[in-house]
Design a protein around this ligand. Structure first.
Ligand code: ADP
Ligand code: GN1
Ligand code: MG
Length: 384
């Protein structure tokens, strides 16, 4: 009797062929051994390839295809990433020799340049694999939270002297919360999939908080909150953490590095690192704003960023957590109503489940905001 080929085996074979083929186009060393898909991000297609070296040891690389639906100009993304990785590597080598650890590096294509294009128009790049590290979708302890926040603060410091004019805005108005809200209203008015009626409670929850969407924008307009070069996607699984020591080793996912607010970066850490529930958890009672995690984030962030951020920024750290949770909640809700066209989804209603955890977290932050602000003030006094 012949063994039927399982769909999973076919998929695996496709992945092996894909990674071997793409790997062959980059100047990676060694002979292809295996490829594997990594599915923790919501945007790009990411694969790990393992190659055997002449001495028999194994070396891993990351191969990533840029999502062209999200990044309309993938070449601008690549130029930004080249610019940022070069800047960081130069500085780490020149100035911060003691930083040790690993940094993100692009491997050149055999044809020259930093990317290759496949016949379907996919734009691929290759990075060194950050070894000995893991990414967490949910933080496990306060050390991880502290380390992640300190790493993103250091990242902001490292890119603070980057010439902002050399960085392209890869997604215009990425964190313009008011425009995100307006877009939700437009999509809800069109209701292309007839999904609005079933999400009225979520839609109303957001509408009741419309005034929040303009608050940091008003701070920018008043000159109280500066634009800086920032990461803009500081979700907790965008920092590689040493699997043994829980030390943050390397910030990744540099596609949205562009002018932004330090507060958006800190706020997204609060959004992604204070709750013990997964972003797509369906039991909303599990969504919590854990005060010890928030405290660790504030301490880690201020340990690396207090030298450059101003008082208005510090005063809004807790608010930024609420705003980023609301903003990402708005984006998931918009995508659900629109028919799941932006974020990768893995089940029906996935974006709605994600939206609900974000809005629940907004509620939790509202309940704890005074305590959160008290803690920030206490730490700030200690730093003076
Ligand atoms: P996305 O934009 O889709 O979120 P990421 O660049 O964040 O893509 O990559 C997705 C995941 O792949 C990360 O969360 C991380 O687990 C893994 N990853 C990405 N780059 C590296 C790297 N250089 N070394 C090891 N793992 C990586
Ligand atoms: C996306 O790429 P990833 O998965 O790290 C998104 C972020 C959202 C996040 C929500 C370019 O981040 O803005 O906050 O999902 N990235 C982009 O989980 O849209
Ligand atoms: Mg990511």
């Amino acid at each position: 009797m012949s063994n039927p080929i399982h769909p999973a085996q076919t998929k695996d074979l496709q992945v092996q062929q894909l990674v071997a083929g793409i790997g062959n186009q980059f100047a990676v060393q060694g002979e292809f051994v295996s490829g594997e898909e990594i599915d923790s991000g919501h945007i790009n297609s990411t694969y790990c390839g393992t190659f055997r070296q002449a001495d028999g040891s194994l070396r891993r690389y990351i191969f990533q295809s840029i999502n062209r639906n999200v990044f309309k100009d993938p070449y601008a993304v690549m130029r930004n990433v080249e610019c940022v990785t070069r800047h960081i590597n130069d500085k780490v080598l020149r100035v911060k020799k003691d930083l040790g650890g690993q940094t993100l590096n692009l491997f050149p294509a055999r044809s020259g340049g930093a990317w290759v294009e496949d016949p379907a128009g996919g734009v691929w790049r290759c990075y060194n694999f950050i070894e000995g590290c893991v990414t967490y979708d949910v933080v496990e302890n306060t050390r991880q939270a502290y380390q992640a926040a300190r790493a993103f603060g250091s990242f902001q410091d490292l890119v603070s002297d980057l010439d902002a004019t050399s960085i392209r805005e890869t997604i215009p108005d990425f964190h313009h919360t008011r425009k995100r809200f307006q877009r939700l209203l437009e999509v809800a008015a069109a209701d292309p999939c007839g999904r609005l009626a079933a999400v009225r409670p979520e839609f109303d929850f957001v509408c009741q908080r419309e005034s929040l969407t303009g608050m940091l924008l008003a701070g920018i307009a008043a000159g109280a909150i500066p634009l800086r070069v920032t990461h803009n996607d500081t979700k907790i699984n965008n920092v590689m953490i040493d699997a043994e020591t829980d030390e943050a080793v390397c910030v990744i996912d540099l596609d949205t590095v562009m002018p932004g607010l330090a507060l958006y970066d800190f706020g997204d850490l609060v959004r992604s690192a204070t709750s013990p529930a997964a972003e797509d958890e369906t039991d909303l009672s599990k969504v919590q704003m854990q005060m010890p995690m928030f405290e660790a984030l504030v301490e880690g962030y201020l340990d690396s960023a207090s030298a450059f951020i101003n008082d208005t920024e510090i005063e809004h750290l807790a608010f930024a957590g609420k705003l980023m949770s609301l903003e990402v909640g708005i984006r998931f809700l918009t995508d659900h109503i629109e028919g799941d066209v932006y974020f990768k989804t893995h089940r029906p209603g996935h974006n709605l489940d994600r939206c609900r955890t974000q809005l629940k977290l907004v509620e939790r932050i509202e309940a704890g905001e005074n305590k959160m602000n008290d803690f920030v003030r206490k730490v700030r006094r200690g730093k003076r």
